[in-house]
Design a protein around this ligand. Structure first.
Ligand code: PGA
Length: 258
């Protein structure tokens, strides 16, 4: 694996927050704080911010992306957005199947699969989100749920395409809850995800698939996750909204661990 590939990836997910001016202020505050950091950084912003933010970040290593897209190339789908429009605006990646999309907007594994295929066609890096609910964990169904989400979400994706796909393991019970998974649980569960990917694609692919942890990541716990061997990065919601907190996560190596 190259040095570049070993860098941890920190993805901010702004959800439905920030105006153009607020995004500009955030970036001006963030850039000096993360200068010389040894993490890769992605920022998933609302649609209206993709163009201005990607322009503002053009001379940096930070990539801008979207939080969702439609699976169609174009068409009469009022209120939806196509992958090629995201690319046109400056997006390089797209989050697909976030648990909020699954639960609040009824996205099925089948639809998520179509979106991933379209994203790949359009040249976007898809980040497929998977995760179990608290009930499913308590019923010891976690492995089966994740396996199903991976198998159905990735159905028909070739080995070559899979090299461009990233996975975010986000236990539903840990998202926005202030109660993150422990690093041990996150590591063990991500290892299980990697095994499922190995069963589907072989170890050549599974060893190189980037798998992120998400759910109540904060400056205080980021380092605990990132020192686990199977955790390649973090998907950060709430703590990505302030430059101070987000920069501390990006600079996790400098943070002390309690
Ligand atoms: P959180 O959100 O960090 O606020 O828990 C994570 C996510 O939803 O991607």
């Amino acid at each position: 694996m190259t040095e570049e590939n070993k860098l941890k990836l920190i993805v901010g997910n702004w959800k439905m927050y920030k105006t153009i001016d607020e995004a500009h202020d955030f970036i001006q505050e963030l850039l000096p704080l993360v200068k010389g950091s040894h993490s890769k950084v992605f920022l998933a912003v609302p649609y209206t911010l993709i163009h201005p933010v990607s322009k503002e970040l053009v001379d940096t290593e930070i990539l801008v992306g979207a939080q969702n897209m439609n699976d169609a190339n174009e068409g009469a789908f009022t209120g939806e957005i196509a992958g090629k429009m995201l690319v046109d605006a400056g997006a390089k990646f797209v989050i697909i199947g976030h648990s909020e999309r699954r639960s609040l907007f009824q996205e099925s594994d089948e639809w998520i699969n179509k979106k991933i295929k379209r994203a790949l066609k359009d040249g976007l890096i898809p980040i497929l989100c998977i995760g179990e609910t608290l009930n499913e964990r308590q019923e010891e169904a976690t492995s089966a749920v994740l396996k199903k989400q991976l198998e159905q979400g990735l159905a028909g994706i070739t080995e070559e395409e899979m090299k461009k796909v990233m996975i975010a393991y986000e236990p539903v019970w840990a998202i926005g809850s202030n109660s993150a998974a422990t690093a041990t649980i996150a590591e063990k569960t991500i290892e299980i995800c990697r095994q499922s990917i190995e069963q589907m694609y072989g170890s050549n692919v599974s060893n190189h698939t980037k798998i992120l942890y998400g759910g109540s990541v904060q400056p205080e716990n980021a380092k605990l996750f990132l020192r686990e061997p199977n955790i390649d990065g973090l998907l950060v919601g709430g703590a990505s909204l302030t430059a101070e907190k987000f920069s501390k996560i990006i600079n996790y190596q400098q943070e002390s661990v309690l």
